[in-house]
Design a protein around this ligand. Sequence first.
Ligand code: KIV
Length: 313
Amino acid sequence: MTVQPSGAQQPHVERPAGAGALSAAASSTTGAPTAATGNPKALYGGTGTRRITVHDISAAKERGEKWPMLTAYDAMTASVFDEAGIPVMLVGDSMGNCHLGYETTVPVTLDEMTMLSAAVVRGTSRALIVGDLPFGSYQEGPVQALRSAMRLVKDAGVGAVKLEGGERSHDQIELLVRSGIPVMAHIGLTPQSVNTLGYRVQGRGEEAAQQLLRDAKAVQDAGAFAVVLELVPAELAAEVTRVLHIPTVGIGAGPDTDAQVLVYTDMAGLTQGRVPRFSKQYVNLRRALGDAAREFADEVVGGTFPQEEHTFH
Ligand code: KIV
């Protein structure tokens, strides 16, 4: 089966619209977490305000706690998710198709990733920010991976990096972790390999399932603190989640992983066209923004905007 890829202010007088919008957004509350867990340490719904670390993520696995992760590509959206209590945000290379207008994740560069990761870090105060290593920035080997990861950690300020691959990325993960950089691994469907894998469910059949299990164990042995399982059968994802001591983060991997991640443009209804079956749309921002743009345009053309309250004398 082939699957559609993910991604298929408050103005005030005397300052330009948009200036300081982030702090305006921070003061106009978008709502706190809604799940009452009763546990002050809970990743989602807990009372902690300091930046979440990979140690908090490991502790959640020990408690058997599930947690949500969303992608983010800009400071303002990230500030909304931070305020909503999303504990982990991924500056995914899905920015290629969801934010930068590319067809796939393949063209995304380390410069683009660094710039947008820095924006997401600036827009948040609590979430652990994970920066994706883009295609071509780590495949040459551990030293290249370290050089690339250093940029995301030092220039953008991310708390961890993510890279694709199981056994094949073992040595990269090991050197990064030994150098003090937490790594989230990503196995199953790895979109950077779209040209060889396509967008298909991975791990079907005995041999492929065994390989996925080997990949999962390899990234854990290399020191990864968590692993994304993308587009794998639910039963296999449940088995991986049971055998690993690091948390699994599912996307299209059924209900039994420790965490779930969605590409935010899919879940917010911004993605143009069809979204993958494994995703869920919680709001239709595309329609809301389009309506707002049309209303603004109609008022400009009709001469009803701006009015006296928007005007200086
Ligand atoms: O780039 C991305 O958004 C991802 C998620 C789909 C896990 O890798």
